[in-house]
Design a protein. Structure first.
Length: 316
């Protein structure tokens, strides 16, 4: 009943007045938060975060969560709302954001979404296939295996049971490998069999703005951000999470390097250097992902005036 009411409301809204989701995307440290806040202020609206790490309550310094002043300026959604020990994925994000947009679009014609998690952004824009809920026991078993066997054995296993998905998945991303194996062990069917690739209709229009600083400037921003994180207490933040360091959500840049430092595997200076290097690599992967999308209009990070004019043109 509730789903039918939501569909009826969306149909009514799409016929009566246009609604727009303005997405500010780009690589890490490209200035998305500042740009999104300025744009949200101009259009008197709110911000939905599309950052898969800023979702977690325990992660603050290492995820560059908007500070208190920024959060006071504009209301943000999906920032520090779940625990690192909770299971979450792009499919859940899609459903949660669509529900939030139902509420926000009652009063707002424009809503801003900002982030660099390409899969989460695509889930909201185009939809994601319905997948079975995860079995905690299966996930725990695979996490134990990857810890003791390493990722290579699991890669080979995926190649055998699901060659179609294996041929296109990012083999350097253990989360994707684990997800595909989880689906297989829960259902007995390959992950690829659940992926239809069909785009879902949305009741709102989408405007995508990409931020793309010059490579040298982006790297300077990354290095500066990492130094600021260390100064603000990143080591202490990671140390406070040491007891749950095997959580999948903590297998991420900025945290895994400091865990290795705390385990005595490297010096702090080495850990900091690796965070900078791995963050630069992550930024390059983000740009590679986004550049495949020809619907994105790219701007220099400081060109807020150009972004606002573009939004106004698209919403006339």
């Amino acid at each position: 009943m509730r789903t039918m009411m939501r569909k009826a409301w969306r149909a009514m809204m799409s016929q009566s007045k246009n609604k727009y989701l303005v997405i500010i995307l780009g690589p890490t440290a490209s200035g998305k938060t500042d740009a999104a806040i300025q744009i949200a202020e101009i259009f008197k609206t709110e911000i939905i975060s599309a950052d898969s790490r800023q979702l977690y309550k325990e992660l603050n310094i290492g995820t560059a969560v908007p500070d208190q002043d920024q959060l006071k300026k504009i209301r943000h959604h999906f920032v520090q709302t779940i625990s690192v020990q909770d299971y979450y994925n792009a499919s859940k994000f899609e459903n949660d954001v669509l529900y939030m947009l139902d509420r926000l679009f009652i009063e707002k014609d424009i809503v801003v979404m900002a982030g660099g998690s390409g899969m989460y952004i695509n889930a909201v824009c185009y939809g994601i296939d319905d997948l079975p809920s995860m079995d905690p026991e299966v996930r725990e078993n695979l996490a134990h295996r990857i810890k003791n066997e390493g990722i290579e054995n699991l890669r080979l296993e995926l190649k055998e049971i699901d060659p179609e998905y294996y041929s296109k998945v990012d083999l350097k991303n253990p989360n994707r490998i684990l997800k595909a194996l989880e689906i297989y062990y829960m259902t007995g069917s390959p992950y690829s069999s659940f992926l239809s690739g069909q785009k879902k209709e949305r009741f709102f229009k989408i405007i995508k703005i990409g931020l793309n600083p010059y490579r040298e400037e982006l790297y300077r921003r990354i290095d500066r951000r990492v130094d600021e994180m260390i100064t603000k207490g990143l080591v202490d933040e990671v140390r406070s999470l040491y007891g749950i360091k095997d959580c999948n959500a903590l297998n991420t840049v900025g945290y895994k390097e400091i865990f290795d430092y705390l385990d005595g595997k490297q010096t702090l200076d080495q850990a900091i250097s690796l965070i900078k290097r791995n963050t630069r690599r992550y930024a390059r992967r983000q740009l590679t992902w986004f550049r495949k999308d020809k619907t994105i209009r790219w701007f220099e990070s400081e060109n807020i005036t150009g972004m606002v004019e573009f939004i106004r043109q698209e919403t006339r």
